[in-house]
Design a protein around this ligand. Structure first.
Ligand code: MSP
Length: 657
């Protein structure tokens, strides 16, 4: 048994997760699940990156402490990973004690090697990327990597002697061609390092949110030095090291292409200096784009995964992400593409095949897996295409070609469909001379479907389990074996349990008209995003006609969290006549809310007002401004809003029922 240690990047807690973040974690989860099914001893780590200037500023902008922001956002990550079926073994937060201790230990080893020197950093800093850039690298005065604004920094700093590792790094890339994947990214890194490395500033003194230097606490660690260390600190590197000894070096550090330089240049150099083994592979994936630009919060073009999960479920999202993106390259997200995949591959091809096969077993074989005959269980018509799909998926997933691997399974799904059409088991069942053959035909289809369940389990774990249950198998395919192809394991006589459709069809037209595609660059797709924008466009009475009112029960109503809020600041949103940006104290936390009440209220008239806020609404970005909640207001027939307030003072944060 070999060990397999896979990691995701640790996510910044300045903001809630979006589909881009979900993608990196889903890929890591698919790899972890796949390697478990190969029989490997898997360790899968994810977590959050909680220090640095970006988070300090983001928290200040919300009137919160950085740790309060981190505590809040980390919950969003936990909840999202649960919904997406992510099977990580550990979740590290860089504000944990074990992490801090580990960072000290690595630092001490590098210090002892003589690779840390004190000096002064003067140059540019990009808070968006948390990266230093010399003047010569700026493009139009902006950060060369992502076009973020940069700031001038001049401060005392400790430097890591990165320049010393230029040659050893190049040597490592040369002798370990597999170290950086894919090849194109490897070439980029090789040419970056070949063009010369400067020593790297690894401490900051101009703000406080970080791990202080043990010997000189006015310095805090540069956030990337702190963050990269997570891959070993999570393995109890400063503690008893059992996990470290068992799993380090990592087999795959999975990262987006934007952060490859940190992982393929800085991290191995730190490790070399600390005298620790290097990870086996750094794998850089492409970006999910909207309108040819990276989906990103600052551009207001993110897709909110929870809304997609509500609508389509985890399997469909996971399948889409893995199938649609040729791994390593960029891909464009659209609702249409997602729904097309769901309808054609999942509902139509696989879902219909399963329900058709199970229905035939019900009617022609009394609802039990047919006997077939022994020879069919050893080898039959469907054995070769099933074996080909099995071997095809396993070899492609090993080569990180997830889309290609899944395509192999869908070739098999078509082969099973064709086989059923050709053999016409429904006719055989009614024909006395065909009774003998209907069993073997349906046995084969059911057995091939069992193997389809096994193959899709890393990507669509819930549906795979559902498929097995319908075939009457109580085990979870996630515990199945992908290390060797085995045909004929489905026990004849086993009662099947045909249930609900595995993948319901999505009414694309209805969905798209209900939820308009967001315009990249203007507004998030944090669905439902429509109301505020709709209001900007046309004025409609808020109350729908009586015939459209649907009743909710008390539990549904309770899911909506309503709280008393006190307005502490308000201003207009530039370029949006009707919108105000309002800061509301909802009890120990100040929320920013964007509301379409500027027609009726001047910002200053709102100060101190007590209002009712929906506090568990999915955050949205409206006209490029983040809105985390909604205030309640009555709307008259002309569309003017009157806010809901209280007769007498109530403490902010009180719940409203
Ligand atoms: N905190 C650092 C990583 C430190 S690892 C020691 C960071 N965090 S992040 O939250 O900004 O991004 C985490 C991951 O999400 C990166 O791998 C990034 O590439 C990925 N994505 C963010 N937006 C993305 C897309 N639009 N598409 C695909 N993935 C992208 O960087």
């Amino acid at each position: 048994m070999s060990k397999f240690y896979v990691t995701t990047p640790i996510y910044y807690v300045n903001d809630v997760p979006h589909v881009g973040h979900a993608y990196t974690t889903v890929v890591a989860d698919v790899l972890a699940r796949f390697h478990r099914m190969l029989g490997d001893d898997v360790y899968f780590l994810t977590g959050t990156d909680e220090h640095g200037q970006k988070i300090e500023r983001s928290a200040a902008g919300r009137g919160m402490t950085p740790i309060a922001l981190a505590d809040q956002v980390v919950q969003r990550y936990h909840a999202l990973w649960k919904r997406l079926g992510i099977t990580h073994d550990d979740f590290i937060r860089t504000t944990e004690h074990r992490h801090q201790q580990g960072v000290f230990r690595i630092f001490e080893r590098i210090l002892a090697r003589g690779d840390i020197v004190k000096g002064r950093y003067e140059g540019w800093y990009c808070t968006g990327c948390e990266a230093f850039f010399p003047e010569s690298q700026l493009v139009d005065g902006k950060c060369p990597d992502q076009g973020h604004p940069v700031e001038r920094v001049a401060e005392e700093s400790y430097f890591f002697r990165l320049s010393k590792y230029e040659r050893p790094l190049l040597e490592h890339y040369r002798t370990h061609p597999e170290f950086i994947f894919p090849e194109t990214r490897r070439n980029e890194i090789v040419s970056f390092v070949s063009s010369g490395l400067r020593d790297l500033s690894i401490s900051r003194t101009s703000f406080r949110w970080g791990i202080p230097f043990p010997s000189d606490p006015k310095h805090i660690f540069y956030v990337w030095f702190d963050a990269l260390a997570n891959y070993v600190t999570a393995l109890d590197y400063s503690g008893d090291r059992t996990l470290y000894d068992r799993y380090w070096p990592a087999d795959v550090h999975l990262v987006g292409k934007d952060i490859l330089k940190f992982h393929a240049v800085y991290w191995p150099a730190f490790l070399m200096a600390a005298g620790l083994p290097l990870p086996r592979r750094i794998v850089g994936h492409g970006w999910w784009l909207r309108d040819s630009a990276k989906m990103s919060k600052s551009r207001g073009s993110v897709i909110e995964p929870n809304a997609l999960l509500d609508e389509f479920g985890a399997d469909a999202i996971r399948y889409f992400l893995m199938r649609e993106m040729a791994f390593g390259q960029d891909a464009s997200y659209s609702d249409e593409a997602l729904i097309d995949r769901i309808n054609s591959d999942l509902a139509n091809d696989l879902g219909n095949l399963a329900s058709r096969t199970l229905k035939l077993i019900e009617t022609a074989c009394g609802g039990r897996i047919p006997e077939g005959d022994a020879s069919v269980r050893r080898e039959a018509d469907l054995t070769p295409p099933t074996r080909a799909a099995f071997e095809g998926l396993v070899s492609r997933f090993k080569a990180l070609d997830f889309s290609g691997g899944l395509a192999q399974v869908w070739t098999l799904v078509s082969a099973i469909n064709r086989f059923i059409v050709e053999k016409e088991p429904w006719k055989l069942a009614n024909d006395p001379t065909g009774k003998e053959t209907v069993g073997p035909v349906l046995y084969q289809a059911a057995e091939a479907l069992r193997i389809v369940g096994l193959l899709i389990s890393p990507v669509a774990p819930f549906a795979a389990r559902g498929l097995w249950r319908q075939l009457g198998i109580s085990e979870d395919p996630a515990n199945g074996d992908l290390s060797a192809f085995r045909w004929g394991l489905l026990p004849p006589g086993q009662p099947i349990a045909r249930g609900e459709a595995l993948f319901p069809r999505v009414d694309k037209k209805a969905y798209l008209s209900r939820i308009p595609e967001p315009q990249a660059g203007t507004e998030t797709a944090a669905r439902p995003a429509a109301p505020s924008r709709e209001k900007e466009k046309k004025v409609e009475p808020m109350t729908p006609p009586a015939s459209e009112v649907s009743m909710v029960d008390i539990n549904e109503f309770r899911r909506i969290q309503l709280k008393v809020g006190k307005i502490v600041a308000a201003e207009r949103v530039e370029g949006a006549r009707k919108l105000l940006k309002i800061q509301v104290d909802v009890g120990g936390e100040v929320r920013q809310i964007v509301s379409g009440i500027a027609d009726k209220y001047a910002p200053e008239a709102l100060l101190g007002k007590q209002i009712v806020v929906v506090t568990n609404l999915v955050p949205a970005t409206i006209r490029g401004v983040e809105s985390r909640g909604m205030l309640l207001a009555a709307e008259d027939a002309g569309g003017a809003a009157t806010i809901v307030t209280f007769e007498e003072a109530v403490p902010p944060g009180s719940s409203v029922r």
